[in-house]
Design a protein around this ligand. Structure first.
Ligand code: SAM
Length: 468
């Protein structure tokens, strides 16, 4: 078969919801109303319609479906599942360069990845496969795609999910993005404020009411970052309100205190932010991040507030890394996590934990998970994480049927920190100790079902994930 018989456009499907890369970009706040988006190789344009309907200015071009459309610069450019349908590797580079040239802030690139679909019945062609429909598919390795992106753009990409990377123009924006993603226990400001004390009625009640939106914004920031905001760090409508009410920013800060920034919650937010920054910096050092030396001005303020200086911050992050390299410390931390009901230790001494609870782990373990996610990106489905710091591996098991007594997993995504790669494979297993992994009460019904099943099947009581 020759190249002429490859019908690339036949790979474009009709979408009723946003594609995975676009929806990830929305979820991470990279795409939001007000930013401009360009979809390079937009196929039938369904992503564009969905974005436009949500108020995002989005245009696109496709050599088959929209060949005459102009190729515009945009803040965010998407190159979604295009590289994998091109059979000529030189042409992939041209497409990648073309998309990168248009991206003024971020380029999101997604491809099909090895292991994502079975290859039975496909005919090998070049470095990929031909399908019965006459289309070409190349299945990339995560590390291979990362290397191509780095080589062609000169920028090291950030993994958003297996097969999906983001490339940032600004190191500061990349650092903010990484810290935001690595943040552990996200402080939900609405929950924090639920039980705040009533407004101080003595201190100018009318003023407090008139500028309530501004003081809420200031208190929200304070309880998220554990410090008060700089004027640059609050939205322009807050400044507009204060100007209209002739209230200075300093006075608004004072009024926010009066309105009740709870001291304990403020201290807790500060300690969580400190921990988040340390995990972030430790991962920057471990991953030799090229943008680590370029924190945004807002992150610099966090560092000054919580560590005194950049130097002290760096030193503490290094100390933290040394502690991380101590196997005894990780083993103890995993045992503590299991004792606290955060997950279960399996027969090989690995910690198995619900992904939703990873944020509650100690920094040393969050660092291991963070290293894994740095390579693989995030998994959208509910999943279980198996942490094996001694073998330098982390495995993610997407689960179906969380409500079932024994939820099943069919695929595993192993992140090998030694080889710096991601391996996806068919790996059917059953979750045998759901009660431990999901932190259910000692006397839960699930625990007694598990106990009965174990005594019947005489399974090893320590087994957590059993092969089907
Ligand atoms: C699998 S579809 C993806 C479409 C869309 N991005 C999505 O995610 O739904 C691949 C698209 O890449 C387009 N394409 C093929 N060669 C291309 C190239 N050199 N540059 C840009 N797009 C290309 C095809 O026409 C096809 O519409």
């Amino acid at each position: 078969m020759t190249d002429a018989t490859v019908h690339r456009h036949r790979t474009a499907m009709v979408r009723h919801t946003l594609s995975q890369p676009m929806s990830l970009a929305v979820r991470h706040g990279v795409i939001r109303p007000g930013v401009t988006v360009f979809d390079y190789g937009c196929g039938q344009g369904d992503d564009l319609r969905a974005l436009a309907a949500a108020g995002v200015e989005a245009l696109g071009w496709d050599p088959h479906f929209a060949p005459g459309a102009p190729r515009h610069e945009a803040e965010i450019v998407n190159l979604g599942f295009v590289l994998n349908v091109i059979e000529d590797s030189a042409e992939r580079v041209v497409a990648l360069k073309g998309a990168w040239a248009l991206a003024t802030r971020v380029l999101v690139v997604s491809v099909m990845i090895v292991g994502a679909v079975p290859l039975d019945g496909l005919r090998q062609f070049g470095d990929g496969y031909l399908t019965a429909r006459g289309t070409f598919q190349k299945y990339f390795q995560q590390a291979e795609l990362k290397a191509i992106l780095t080589q062609v753009t000169g920028v090291e990409p950030v993994a958003l999910a297996p097969g999906i990377f983001a490339l940032f123009r600004s190191p500061e924006e990349e650092q903010d993005f990484l810290l935001d993603r690595r943040r552990g226990r996200r402080a939900s400001t609405s929950a924090y404020r639920a039980d705040r004390p009533a407004r101080n009625a003595v201190a100018r009640p009318q003023l407090a009411d008139r500028i309530a939106t501004a003081t809420d914004a200031i208190a929200g920031f304070a309880l998220e970052r554990g410090r008060l905001p700089h004027p640059d760090e609050v939205a322009s409508d807050v400044h507009d309100l204060l100007a209209a009410e002739r209230v200075s920013f300093a006075r608004a800060i004072e009024a926010s205190h009066d309105a009740g920034i709870d001291a304990d919650l403020f201290a807790r937010a500060a300690s969580e932010r400190r921990d988040d920054l340390l995990v972030h910096q430790a991962l920057n050092i471990l991953n030799r991040s090229r943008t680590a030396a370029r924190p945004s001005s807002s992150m610099v303020r966090d560092i000054r507030q919580h560590f005194g200086s950049q130097q002290q911050f760096g030193e503490q992050a290094l100390e933290y890394l040394h502690a991380l390299a101590d196997p005894q410390r990780t083993v103890t931390a995993m045992q503590r996590a299991s004792d606290a009901g955060l997950g279960a230790i399996d027969e090989d001494g690995r910690l198995v934990i619900d992904s939703e609870r990873v944020a509650e782990l100690e920094g040393v373990l969050r660092c291991y998970v963070g290293c894994a996610l740095y390579l693989s990106g995030e998994i959208e489905q509910e999943h279980i994480v198996r942490l094996d710091p001694l073998r330098r591996r982390t495995t993610l098991f997407p689960i179906t049927g969380r409500r079932q007594p024994f939820p099943e997993t069919v695929t595993s995504i192993t992140i090998d920190l030694k080889r710096q790669d991601v391996i996806i494979r068919d790996d059917p297993r059953t979750l045998l100790r759901k009660a431990d992994v999901f932190g259910m009460a000692r006397r839960s019904r699930q625990r007694s079902i598990e106990g009965e099943r174990r005594s019947v099947s005489s399974d090893d009581a320590a087994k957590v994930l059993s092969r089907l």
